[in-house]
Design a protein around this ligand. Structure first.
Ligand code: ATP
Length: 311
């Protein structure tokens, strides 16, 4: 079953085209990653899928139903973990989850059991009676997850759920995503952290400027750019290195400088290492180390757009 199908989706905010003719399909059982830099259109896409924003142009089907025709059914079967934490600081953790679960129609014994299960799941059952305004950022996030899953949704949408939290809570959330998926939920996970998306997602769309620029499994995406080699050149000082001049060397596709390491992406079929080394020696820049690496999703993004995923 296709849990989500999006066809020719376009969304504008005034002059800004937030989504530009987006097409995507999400199969049941996937952990589907939407990876892209800030402003790529990820939140807009999921807000439309959740029925929180109207479509300008195109068609969106969730659970094989057109979103405008089955809005209530769709909303009842989706759990949303929004980018901005949405919990009540002056209700206890238990009361927060109970409030959200009751909005989905849970009552009585089922409600109580579901709330406890959700708090247990995110590791906050011991804090059930405490007020979240005293929680750390990571605990608040985990409570936010509990609020989204107590009604056992078929589709869980998480919008950058690990931004600004401690590593322990981050790992907890990533493990929760995998467990929820094993328990039967399809997940949409947006992030600009490629490490997270690489680690948990079964399928990934890379978004940029409102468009999906590539889609596939991690391996498929990487194979799109395996015609490139990445070389890391560590130098004593990067002063005087001209990225544009390096890009003029035959085969060089992109150059990125990070502290004293120059990362150069080149076409695989071109032997240009001698010319690259020559560039550094001609500038009297001593090379301390040279290393090559297999491409990752950051490299895929850089190769496709010429820019970094994160600024
Ligand atoms: N309500 C709005 N009014 C005007 N512009 C908007 C609105 N919502 C989003 N945009 C714009 O649409 C574009 C896509 O934004 P969106 O929030 O979907 O991106 P994103 O990939 O989720 O980024 P982030 O990681 O920063 O949340 C951006 O240029 C943003 O400024």
């Amino acid at each position: 079953m296709k849990i989500v199908k999006v066809e020719g989706l376009t969304k504008r905010f005034g002059d800004i085209i937030a989504l530009d003719n987006v097409n995507l399909e999400i199969e049941e059982g996937e952990i589907y990653g939407l990876l892209g830099p800030n402003g790529a259109g990820k939140t807009t896409a999921i807000n439309i899928i959740c029925g929180l924003l109207n479509v300008d142009k195109g068609r969106v089907y969730v659970f094989e139903k057109e979103i405008r025709q089955a809005a209530d059914y769709i909303k009842r079967n989706i759990g949303i973990v929004p980018q901005d934490i949405a919990i009540y600081g002056d209700l206890s953790a238990y009361e927060n989850v109970r409030f959200f679960a009751s909005l989905y129609g849970l009552k009585g014994k089922e409600l109580k059991e579901s709330v406890e299960m959700a708090l247990e799941f995110v590791g906050l059952i011991d804090k059930a009676k405490e007020m979240p305004n005293r929680f750390s950022g990571g605990m608040k996030r985990r409570l936010n997850v509990a609020c989204a899953i107590a009604h056992k949704p078929k589709l869980i949408i998480m919008d950058e759920p690990t931004v600004g939290i401690d590593p322990q809570s981050r790992n907890h959330i990533l493990e929760s995503v995998k467990k929820l998926n094993k328990m039967g939920s399809t997940i949409i996970y947006t992030s600009h952290y490629m490490e997270e998306v690489e680690a948990i997602c079964t399928k990934i769309s890379i978004m940029d400027h409102g468009k999906i620029i590539a889609e596939g499994t991690k391996e498929e995406l990487i194979s799109m750019v395996t015609d490139t080699n990445t070389t890391f050149i560590t130098v004593g000082s990067v002063v005087g290195i001209d990225e544009e001049k390096l890009k003029e060397i035959t085969g060089v596709k992109a150059v990125e400088i990070n502290e004293n390491v120059v990362k150069i992406i080149s076409s695989r079929d071109v032997c240009n290492l001698d010319k690259i080394i020559q560039y550094f020696t001609s500038k009297d820049i001593p090379i301390k180390n040279i290393k090559s690496e297999i491409p990752d999703l950051e490299t895929v993004f850089l190769t496709l757009t010429g820019r970094k995923l994160r600024d």
